[in-house]
Write a protein that binds this ligand. Sequence first.
Ligand SMILES: O=C(O)CCC(=O)C(=O)O
Ligand SMILES: [Fe+2]
Length: 329
Amino acid sequence: MSSEAVHPMEFAANWTNVPFILTDPVKQWPVYQNWSEEELITKHAETIFRAESVDWPLKTYIGYMNNNTDESPLYLFDRGFAEKMNLKIDHDGDYWIPDCFGEDLFAVLDDRRPDSRWLIVGPARSGSTFHKDPNATSAWNAVLRGSKYWIMFPASPSLPPPPGVFVSRDQSEVTSPLSIAEWLIAFHAEARHTPGCIEAICNEGEILHVPSGWWHLVVNLEPSIALTQNFVPKAHLIEVLKFLRDKPNQVSGFPQSVKDPYLLFVEQMQSRHPDLIASALDKINQTTNSKKRRWESVVDKSDTLSSADKQFSDGFKFGFGGEDNEDIP
Ligand SMILES: O=C(O)CCC(=O)C(=O)O
Ligand SMILES: [Fe+2]
């Protein structure tokens, strides 16, 4: 759709849980108009970028990218690109965050926010295996050159993970043992018939919205250059707070100096958006209390059950925790 179709208020009201592609804003960016492999090589041949576990000068990576037949090619995914390339991220700079996504609440963390933007470069066949984005953030992914195939599944703790993806009970480990190509051969057909599945091709000059919590697998259909950014819209504040509070060992990307990301975020929100954080914390406490009450009433009841009934109820209580099947803290 055209970005004029989505005002920040409309995004907040209707679109924060919906993947969509905008066809306009990227085409205005100077980086879209100017960047190509040749242009980047001219300016940054010796600049070091991270490609999975290696740090290579760009000229080495582009050489590899254009001359390999690997099934799962090495993927350039660099979080320090803006500083390395001296980019200005602003309306009068090299590119800017499209207005429609509204305010990013992690901005209150200033330079203590978790990693939030990446330059992504890779040949055809490279891509990202199934994952959810970190810290319950949402994201956008803008294709400057090439095109990407996306397959996505909705955020819902009561739905199983996508076919061929295995998640540990506490969701801390995701195993997708297959490469992208193997997954496509073994599970693509089944996945496309799974309720909730969404597929898209994001073409050059387009930008795709990835809502918080959505599973996604992405594969480059041609050699591609993309920029991505993760953000916290108001509508997902509660999910992000719960993630930081309840899954501290899954929280990622914060500077080492940040010892308690949840506390830091709450404190910064209290000084910059006091009403918003007060009402979010209130809502979280209300659901926690009502879950606790439901839990206590089941445990009370199970004290008075016969031993056969009790066995049943003990087995059953693993799945208990409300519709969304979350653990009770
Ligand atoms: O362009 C891609 O490979 C997708 C990147 C992605 O999903 C991410 O940055 O989280
Ligand atoms: Fe992602």
